[in-house]
Design a protein around this ligand. Structure first.
Ligand code: ADP
Ligand code: MG
Ligand code: ZN
Length: 484
């Protein structure tokens, strides 16, 4: 089959630890990084006679996730999923099986591509095992330690349809999903702390085929980078097998980051038989319509809505199409939680593109300070720049001082620094001087050698010092070119 074009098919299972104060079925603290085995009790240790009590806050967060992903909330049932592993003290995990709380739905990626959601169900996390004395895996380890602080922490597992078609798209999905989970206050989004863990199901098929190939599932990817690399390597491995006439065997695999390859964990034949049965100690869960409506109504703006709001402001500003670079700035500003600042500045009269650019560059460089920056000060600064009272470089300097000091009056700061923007007269005067001093260069520039634009702008910048206004200078140069 060499010469065949291959298409990658991916479905993701994302485990999201919920940001509750306590665990899913007991009152133990849900807190990352505490002294091992301090947040434990008879319930989460599975001691005989203990009974689980469902955490209402976890159900509410699960419903928020469902609402944000356009799922339907269904009456649901908890099941016991039985298997033996040392990080699971009860020897079963309480999970939702064939009747999950959230069913169906979708997530739109920033480029408009829609990924279907199969389900988003509630379950408890396991404890954490660390294998010591080897390379971190159980094979070759001298001994293992287990921490039950994580056992019983609430999780929502979000299962996508196999709609994703590349490693880059899988990253975009995980990143957008992460932003949604943070926006609805379900998760802190810290992948490096294991708050989000992704299993990637990967198969390949000849492009244009309408049946799926055999898939492998790569477990526990905990960064966007690992997710992307693991999918690329796994797809390439499967293509190589198929091109040499072999078959892909359905397997669970592990991503070895250092070796940059996936290695088998277990095959379909070795798959666990989980012996699911309904959890006898919990009643079925059926949130009533009033609760569902309250949850749906309490969702704040989602990242996509925040991006759309900024794009509408740029469109409404009426100074031309939104460029690709500006669209990137919009995404970055929303990711950093700086979009409210831009929206407030624009409604206070600041020009939209300038407010966006200053937020995406100078403010984003120090997001913490940006969150403390009084909106009125930012609005005034951007308006001064928009009105030509400050050049771009002066504006950036004043903004730097505002960020450092937690606010201030931009006009006073500009005054202290002796900033005066180039007046229209002085622009013309300096351009005159510089052109007169470089007649040869001007001749070549006027003759069409665009490279000299940089030369003239540089020379004028040197003469003008801190009041240099790049926009006014290039406009004046262009005006003279047309006359020349
Ligand atoms: P399981 O219960 O064994 O995990 P599911 O049918 O629930 O199996 O699917 C799990 C995930 O695998 C889903 O995200 C789904 O989109 C994905 N998936 C299913 N078939 C394929 C395939 N052929 N290629 C890639 N992903 C797939
Ligand atoms: Mg699965
Ligand atoms: Zn407990």
């Amino acid at each position: 089959m060499s010469g065949t074009e291959w298409e990658t098919v991916v479905g993701l299972e994302v485990h999201c630890e919920l940001k509750t104060a306590t665990k899913l079925f007991c009152g133990c603290a849900n807190s990352f990084g505490d002294e091992p085995n301090t947040n434990v009790c008879p319930v989460c240790l599975g001691l005989p006679g203990s009974l689980p009590v469902l955490n209402e806050g976890a159900v509410e967060r699960a419903m928020r996730i469902g609402a944000a992903l356009h799922c339907e909330v269904h009456p649901s049932v908890f099941h016991r999923k039985n298997y033996f592993y040392p990080d699971m003290p009860k020897d079963y995990q309480i999970s939702q099986y064939d009747e999950p709380i959230n069913v169906g739905g979708w997530l739109d990626l920033p480029d408009g591509f829609r990924v279907g959601i199969v389900r988003a169900h509630l379950e408890e996390d396991t404890g954490k095992t660390s294998h010591l004395g080897g390379d971190g895996r159980i094979h070759g380890a001298d001994y293992s330690l287990v921490d039950y602080n994580r056992a019983g922490v609430p999780l929502v597992e979000i299962v996508s349809e196999p709609d994703i078609r590349s490693a880059a798209q899988a990253r975009a999905y995980a990143s957008e999903l992460r932003a949604v989970l943070v926006a609805v206050d379900a998760s802190d989004g810290r992948m490096e702390e294991g708050s989000l863990r992704v299993d990637a199901n990967v198969s390949v098929r000849p492009a244009g085929s309408d049946t799926f190939g055999t898939r492998c599932e790569i477990k526990n990817l905990n960064s966007l980078r690992s997710l992307g690399r693991a999918i690329e390597h796994e797809a390439a491995r499967q293509v190589a097998l198929l091109e040499s006439g072999e078959a892909v065997v359905q397997q669970t695999r592990h991503w070895d980051e250092a070796a940059a390859r996936t290695v088998p964990l277990r095959s379909k034949e070795e798959a666990f038989d989980y012996r699911y049965f309904p959890e006898p100690d919990l009643v079925p869960l059926a949130p009533d319509a009033g609760w569902q409506a309250a949850v749906a109504g309490s969702l704040g703006l989602l990242p996509a809505q925040r991006r759309a709001r900024l794009l509408a402001l740029l469109d409404g500003a009426g100074d031309g199409e939104v460029s690709a670079a500006q669209a990137d700035q919009v995404s970055a500003v929303v990711d950093q939680g700086l979009d409210d600042l831009v929206v407030a500045a624009v409604s206070g009269g600041a020009p939209a593109r300038l407010a966006l650019a200053r937020a995406a560059n100078e403010v984003a460089a120090d997001v913490e300070a940006g969150r403390r920056l009084p909106v009125a000060d930012f609005t005034k600064l951007v308006s001064m720049e928009g009105d030509g009272k400050l050049s771009a470089s002066q504006s950036k300097e004043v903004l730097g001082e505002l960020l450092g000091a937690g606010g201030g009056d931009p006009e006073a700061i500009a005054g202290q620094r002796g900033f005066e923007a180039m007046s229209a007269d002085s622009v013309v005067a300096i351009v005159n001087e510089v052109v007169a001093a470089h007649p040869d260069e001007w001749g070549r520039f006027a003759g069409g050698d665009q490279k000299l634009m940089g030369f003239f702008v540089g020379a004028i910048r040197e003469r003008a010092g801190s009041s240099f206004d790049g926009k006014a200078v290039s406009a004046e140069l262009r005006r003279r070119l047309q006359e020349a």
